[in-house]
Design a protein around this ligand. Structure first.
Ligand SMILES: Cc1cc2nc3c(=O)[nH]c(=O)nc-3n(C[C@H](O)[C@H](O)[C@H](O)COP(=O)(O)OP(=O)(O)OC[C@H]3O[C@@H](n4cnc5c(N)ncnc54)[C@H](O)[C@@H]3O)c2cc1C
Length: 579
């Protein structure tokens, strides 16, 4: 959905690295000086030379004359984007009696992301489990390579329990029961060198299912009961920034024309990331576009909020970060890659086709040359990242008839635990697992390969000549490692090694599934958008995936639920601040 017709698509800088740097410096903002500099650079290139191929994901703010505004509305707080952050903010604002308007591009509230992290909550206290805050802070800083704002992380740590209490009140009233995840791990927390803190929550009904409205739907009902509603079909076109520097509202593209919403106290952007914008993603995170074989994002998330903030003078994270799950199951021979053209041609595909949960299981994985290339017991995006640097960008996971037993022993965490839980439903009275039934869909559509011998499996996977030899040698070596219960080759934990001896054998060609992007508008610990000098832009706030200052390079997968936990905590923090 692109209503804005008058955005100039003209490129303004020659290098990909330069785009990030420029944006971070605020030069891409709509302040007149910045715009002039930007245009000058488009003519000459940053070094005064002719600009090479332009990266034009940012464009310029649309020119909207006062006379083009079809309607104007007023409120204290304008929230933009009715997803996980926006709905939490709106529900909290409804309780706090804040005069708010919530504008959403789509026609429904965004999909709920169920697992969320919070510290020191009642359910974990009842279990006697505590998070080591210093260690957690160190882990977040390490994952972000120091690019995060540690005061912002501390704010999340301090206020996430309040967020939990608020969310829990609404969920519990609907009959949902909270589950405190991941406190009882073999070999200590996670059994990996990563810290896997006990702080993830999700909800089930009394039968362990999910027979209740999703959280965002419950939030919508909650604000409806308070006499408020989500304003759908409103796509952010640009922010309104006054000469004194304050952001005082925003203009939206709507079916009725442009609508301006004035916000006396502030504008909170919760517009999500830019995963649905291949041009922006290619410019900012080529490792993502080169590793992806399946898509799982909200298709409204084209980076509109980030771009509007940059046009208004905000700075962006200097580095990028995306959330990629290693579950993009594809037919043998498929190559990874995500471009505007490939999406139009229907590739990669959206889940249910692409999200193959067992892809995360730490079985032997080999590259397209049949060689083992990494420790498979790793964060979700490590294998896709490594494969992106290799020809084809995909890799193959291989397991045998002991799959059911192996995944119980692997005991993976977070949503990847679904595999070990689901396969139990296919366990017969004799203790064996009906794997044909468990993998029925993927075997049926030809993406998953099954064979009685490893040789036959190699053929089905498309390994020819040398690659086949490598593949068989890798399987043999892997059996040796399993027997020795030691992996000097890549350092995997012994309990996550497995044998390849019991037919049938299975082979899955995999790449990454792109879920979202998590770099964005640089914010401080109050979630205020920052300009190029690091000063807060009065009246402008951001939370969740459109905001930055937390992640860099990757999503910290062992910190399960951190994305949604920080999103809702930040969003509620802004409401508290302005209430
Ligand atoms: C399939 C999937 C599963 C996930 N599961 C989890 C999980 O279990 N736990 C976890 O921690 N994280 C999870 N994540 C990540 C998590 O969803 C995000 O990190 C974050 O919580 C999203 O919140 P948000 O409000 O920033 O964005 P979103 O929830 O994506 O909401 C953004 C909203 O803004 C709207 N919007 C976009 N552009 C505009 C515009 N220009 N104008 C107006 N509105 C606009 C969109 O339509 C959308 O409703 C998952 C992500 C995906 C894709």
């Amino acid at each position: 959905m692109e209503h804005i017709t008058d955005i100039s698509r003209r490129g303004f800088i020659g290098s990909v690295a330069g785009v990030g740097a420029l944006a971070a410096l605020g030069l891409a903002g709509c302040a007149p000086k910045a715009a002039a500099e930007t245009e000058a650079m488009a003519e000459t290139g940053a070094a005064g030379e002719a600009a090479p191929a332009a990266a034009d994901w940012l464009g310029t703010a649309p020119d909207i004359a006062e006379g083009d505004i079809a309607a104007t509305k007023d409120c204290d707080l304008l929230i933009v984007g009715a997803g996980n952050g926006g709905m939490a903010a709106a529900a909290y604002a409804a309780d706090a009696g804040v005069d708010f308007i919530l504008c959403e591009k789509g026609e429904t509230v965004g999909a709920t992301r169920h697992w969320f992290a919070a510290l020191g909550t009642r359910p974990f206290k009842e279990l006697g489990v505590e998070v080591d805050r210093q260690r957690l802070m160190g882990e977040i800083v390490r994952y972000s390579q120091g690019n995060c704002d540690q005061r912002l992380i501390r704010m999340w740590m301090d206020e996430s329990n309040d967020m939990f209490e608020f969310v829990d009140g609404i969920m519990t009233a609907s009959g949902a029961v909270v589950i405190a995840d991941e406190f009882d791990m073999p070999g200590g927390m996670g059994g990996t060198p990563f810290y896997t803190p006990p702080f993830e929550h999700h909800y089930v009904d009394e039968n362990g299912g999910r027979e209740f409205d999703e959280r965002n739907v419950l939030f919508e009902k909650h604000i409806n009961e308070a006499g408020r509603e989500v304003t759908f079909g409103h796509e952010l076109a640009k922010l309104v920034r006054e000469e004194d520097g304050r952001v005082t509202g925003a203009i939206f593209n709507t079916p009725e024309g442009y609508v301006q919403v004035n916000a006396a106290k502030g504008v909170l952007l919760t517009t999500g990331g830019y995963a649905a914008n291949p041009a922006m993603l290619t410019a900012l995170s080529p490792v993502t576009t080169q590793s992806v074989t399946a898509l799982g994002y909200n298709q409204n998330n084209t980076g509109g909020g980030i771009k509007a903030a940059l046009w208004a003078g905000a700075a962006k994270d200097l580095t990028s970060a995306t959330m990629i799950f290693d579950r993009g199951l594809v037919a043998p021979g498929t190559k990874a890659g995500y471009t505007e053209e490939s999406v139009e041609a229907g590739e990669p595909q959206f889940p249910g086709n692409g999200q193959f949960n067992p892809g995360t299981q730490p079985f032997l994985k080999v590259n397209m040359n049949g060689e083992r290339f990494a420790n498979e017991s790793a964060d979700y995006d490590y294998l896709p990242h490594a494969a992106a640097q290799l020809p084809g960008g995909t890799y193959v996971s291989v397991w045998d008839g002991n799959f059911g037993e192996d995944v119980q022993r692997f005991h993976t965490l977070g949503c990847s635990a679904m595999t070990r839980n689901m396969v139990q439903m296919f366990k017969g009275e004799d203790g064996s697992y009906d794997l044909d039934k468990f993998f029925e869909k993927e075997l049926g559509d030809g993406r998953l390969q099954k064979a009685d011998t490893l040789e036959e499996l190699a053929d089905k996977l498309g390994f020819a000549a040398e690659a086949k030899e490598n593949f068989l040698a890798a399987c043999e070596r892997y059996n040796e490692l399993f027997d020795a219960q030691d992996d000097p080759d890549f350092g995997k934990e012994a309990y996550r090694l497995s044998a390849l001896r019991t037919p049938p054998f299975f082979g899955a060609t995999l790449g990454g599934t792109l879920l979202t992007t998590i770099d964005g508008i640089r914010i401080n610990h109050e979630c205020q958008a920052l300009d190029a000098e690091g000063n807060p832009i009065e009246g402008l706030y951001a939370a969740g995936d459109c905001s930055g200052s937390v992640f860099s390079g990757c999503y910290p997968d062992q910190l399960h639920g951190f994305a949604c936990g920080r999103t809702m905590t930040e969003a509620i923090h802004v409401v508290k601040l302005l209430a």
